[in-house]
Each structure stands twice: as C-alpha cells, then as structure tokens.
Design a protein around this ligand. Structure first.
Ligand SMILES: NC(=O)c1ccc[n+]([C@@H]2O[C@H](COP(=O)([O-])OP(=O)(O)OC[C@H]3O[C@@H](n4cnc5c(N)ncnc54)[C@H](O)[C@@H]3O)[C@@H](O)[C@H]2O)c1
Length: 303
C-alpha cells in the first residue's frame, strides 16, 4: 500500500466478471488498477486499453514487472489454484472470486498457500457485502425475528449463462454458492446435518447442465431451509431472479433482489410492524467494494 493508503491492484482473468472487477477497482478511492492479465492476449489488451492500465498474458511476468499490493483473481473456476499459486508465492494479497475452488483438496491447498506465504486471502462472496443480506443477518443475530424456523432462498438465471459456460461448472458452484453462504450465515451458530437435493435436466442437456435443483437442508437446531436454483429461464425474459425469506417465531424478513428492498415484519404488542428498507440499505457496487477493501485492511492491519 502506498503512503496515501491506496492499494495497487491487478486483475487476473479478463472475462465476464474480471471486467467488472477492473471497472470497479478503477472507480475506488482506495485502490489503483495497475494491470490486467489474461492468457487470452486479445482479452487482456482490450480491457487494458479501456481501463488505461498495462496488459499481460503471463501472471509471473506481471508479478515480476509491477509493484503490486493485491491481486483480484477472476479466472474460470478450473484455474483458481493455478492462478493463486504464483500470486501467493510472490507475497501479494488476493481477492479470489467464488467459489474458492472446485473441490475440498484444491480449496485446502489455496488456504495453505495463503498461510505459508503470509498473505491475506478473501473469497468474493458478494452477499456478505449486500446491505439487504447483511441487515437480515444482523436482525437475526439481534433476535428481531425470534428463533429462526425456516429459510427459503432462490436464484434463477436464463440458460444463456449455461451456454456461455459450456457446462464447465455446475450451478451449485456458479450460482448456488451465494445462497449456501447466506444460508449458513443466517443460521449461525447452527450447522447443517442433513441435505437432500432433487434435480431436473431437460433444456440444458446439450450443455451438460441441469435446469433446476431443489435442495432441502436441516440444521442441528431444527431449522429447515430450501434453496431453489434454476438456470433455464428463457433468454430475453427475466434475466435474473433472487430472493430470500427467513421466518422466525416473532417475525420474518423478505429480500427481493429485483425491487432492491428488504421488508422486516415483527409481531409486537400493538400488532404487526413492517419496516421496508430501500434507500437506507441500497448500496452501489462501488460502495460495497470500498467497504470491502476498507474492511479487508482493518481486519488485516499492515504487519
Ligand atoms: N461474484 C459473482 O457474482 C460472480 C459472477 C460471475 C462470475 N463469478 C466468478 O468469476 C470467475 C470468472 O468467471 P467468468 O464468468 O468471468 O469466466 P470467463 O470464462 O468469462 O472469464 C475467465 C477468464 O479467465 C482467463 N483465464 C483462465 N485461466 C487463466 C490463467 N491461468 N491466467 C490468466 N487468465 C486465465 C480466461 O482466458 C478468461 O478470459 C469465476 O470464479 C466465477 O464463478 C462471480
């Protein structure tokens, strides 16, 4: 970090989501986008030109030539470990896109590399930085909803996503990881003890993808949760749908990502109260990223 507290950052992976990382880092007051890197040289060059930074097609070369504090890794899931290894060994802090890896062995190796090289590693679970999901987690922890009874989380996308990914990754890893992370946060400190899933695959068979999966999860304190995932919506229709409902013994919380709001209903002596939070918790991506960087620095102060 330079004297004015600005993180010098690079983005590895200039595809669909790496572009968003680069754009947002470019807008932050506490970060500077120094370089982008992609093994597809054309993709790296195009993004570097648009964001006015340097382009590389080799991670090692970029690490050798640039003075960096942190690297945002947004390569395809298959290559997370390959991209993390040189960056961690160079001692650069990492923001790694979700899911951390495709399997437990790779995930543990990524954590081991971070510990061995004493770098800070954060996985990009975006709902942790979404005001509505944060506020719900805080309301549950305060006991505003009473004892949690059930949770229902849903995420749907069009089959355009499946076509773009060519069956490279499952819908659990690509979409479901967000809702599973939120569900575990909402249920804390309870832990899941049983899971049952049922899927249907009719439309996305040519892309090696399931259409929908319904998951039922039971926790050790009796909470029951359902996570419904689907990526078979017609292209050009709703595009993206996500919601979360948490029901407790004294209240309930509803998030609808499309309307940008959050409603909390509570049973009180005078009747039912409803708080609908919109502007108060509506956060832009830039705000979230600034908070994330700030929290990243606060949580891990300079050694
Ligand atoms: N947080 C979210 O909401 C969200 C949304 C979409 C994608 N993602 C995540 O972002 C990551 C990237 O997904 P995407 O949809 O942008 O994929 P993508 O296929 O569009 O882009 C990946 C890019 O990485 C490059 N690449 C692969 N291996 C590389 C390597 N070793 N070195 C340099 N470049 C390499 C590829 O050439 C490609 O340009 C995935 O982990 C995905 O799950 C997160």
């Amino acid at each position: 970090m330079n004297n004015s507290g600005v993180l010098r950052m690079a983005v590895v992976g200039c595809g669909y989501f790496g572009e968003k990382h680069a754009d947002i880092i470019g807008q932050l007051s506490n970060a500077e986008l120094v370089a982008v890197c992609d093994k597809n040289w054309e993709a790296a060059k195009r993004l570097a030109q648009r964001t006015s930074c340097k382009a590389y097609e080799d991670i090692e070369e970029m690490l050798a030539k640039e003075q960096l504090d942190a690297v945002s890794i947004a390569v395809s899931e298959t290559f997370h470990l390959d991209a993390v290894r040189p960056v961690a060994k160079a001692g650069k802090h990492i923001l790694l896109e979700k899911p951390i890896a495709r399997n437990t062995e790779e995930a543990l190796e990524i954590v081991r590399l971070a510990e061995e090289n004493q770098i800070r590693l954060m996985v990009g679970h975006v709902l942790k930085w979404d005001g509505r999901y944060q506020y719900t987690a805080e309301a549950i922890a305060r006991g505003d909803l009473g004892e949690v009874i059930s949770m229902y989380l849903k995420r749907s996308s069009t089959n355009g996503t499946v076509k773009r990914l060519h069956g490279k990754i499952s819908m659990f890893h690509y979409m479901g990881v967000h809702d599973f992370e939120a569900m575990l946060t909402f249920a804390e400190p309870a832990r899941p003890v049983k899971a049952y899933a049922q899927w249907v695959g009719k439309k996305n068979v040519p892309y090696n993808g399931k259409d929908t999966v319904f998951n039922t999860i039971t926790f050790d304190n009796g909470i029951v949760a359902c996570i419904q995932l689907c990526w078979a919506l017609p292209e050009g229709s709703l595009d993206f749908v996500a919601c979360a409902e948490v029901v407790g013994t004294k209240g309930a919380s509803y998030i609808d990502v499309k309307d940008q709001g959050l409603s909390i209903y509570r049973e009180e002596a005078s009747g039912i109260s409803r708080a609908h939070l919109l502007a108060g918790i509506l956060r832009t991506c830039t705000w979230q990223a600034e908070r994330r960087n700030q929290s990243f620095c606060e949580k891990y102060p300079e050694r």
